[in-house]
Design a protein around this ligand. Structure first.
Ligand code: NAD
Length: 245
């Protein structure tokens, strides 16, 4: 479904991002993964190489425009084009407001929101020049109804939806589609610390009766990245077993 396409995936070293890297490789894309540091990027690249999946890895600071521009330029000079950008890197929060500093709040915004702006700003000129592109963002089910603690996380994901819908409208005339996937609770490191007794009541609230697997989310990214979604832009696709309701 992605033969000949070049995809850059942030937060590609584990969880949802790594599974999306795997699926895009299975579908014959060239994939470049971004992570936060050298060792986790090296680990992911080696793990993929051990199953015959060659990918390149980078770890630019996603809040430093110069570093991002330099990395994107390197990718363009090696691959010639970037067809798909998946803005997936993200961190969560669960502390009450009394225990959250304004620095904590800014840290979430920096990665979950500002980094999406920065990455999008860096790739859009190339996508415009080539006359097409797909930008996908990872939102969350909490972007629909908030959550009872860790306010910065849902606030950042509401902003992700805002960027998604606004970029979709702004970039449609350049044939660049922009969509988001809003996962429900998904089995990754982000929820790895939840003990079974906390997870079980969460599962009870999910009509489909289970939490999501990274592949469930990657499948949605694949559909939205592919030509099967050629008339879809500005959408936030919930992949959450109907947990949102
Ligand atoms: P994860 O913790 O397994 O992976 C996070 C990824 O983000 C890693 O690849 C990491 O390298 C990258 N990252 C973290 N800090 C970074 C930084 N400062 N700079 C650059 N990269 C950084 O988490 P995940 O569950 O796979 O989350 C991926 C996305 O899915 C996030 O945007 C998250 O908000 C969203 N999401 C997750 C769930 C869930 O239940 N797991 C639910 C809804 C949305």
């Amino acid at each position: 479904m992605l033969e000949g396409r070049v995809a850059v995936i942030t937060g590609g070293t584990r969880g949802i991002g790594l599974e999306t890297v795997r699926l895009f490789k299975e579908q014959k894309a060239e994939v470049i993964l971004f992570g936060s540091k050298a060792d986790s990027v090296e680990k992911a690249v080696n793990e993929l190489a051990s199953v015959g999946m060659e990918v390149k890895g980078y770890y630019p600071n996603l809040n430093n425009m110069e570093e991002i521009d330099k990395t994107i330029k390197e990718i363009i000079s090696e691959y010639g084009h970037i067809d798909i950008l998946v803005n997936n890197a993200g961190i969560s929060a669960n502390r009450k407001i009394e225990d959250t500093t304004s620095e904590d709040f800014s840290k979430i915004m920096d990665l979950n929101v500002n980094a999406i702006f920065n990455m999008t700003k860096a790739v859009v000129p190339y996508m415009k020049e080539q006359g097409s592109g797909v930008i996908l963002n990872t939102s969350s089910m909490v972007s629909i109804y908030g959550q009872p603690s860790g306010c910065g996380y849902p606030a950042s994901k509401f902003a992700v939806n805002g960027l998604t819908k606004s970029f979709a409208r702004e970039l449609a005339s350049s044939n660049i589609r922009v969509n988001a996937v809003a996962p429900g609770v998904t089995r990754t490191d982000m929820i790895a610390n939840l003990p079974e007794e906390q997870l079980a009541p969460i599962v009870k609230t999910i009509p489909l009766g289970r939490i999501g697997e990274p592949r469930d989310i990657a499948n949605a990214f694949l559909f939205l990245a592919s030509d099967m979604a050629s008339y879809i832009t500005g959408v936030v696709l919930s992949v959450d077993g109907a947990a949102r309701s």
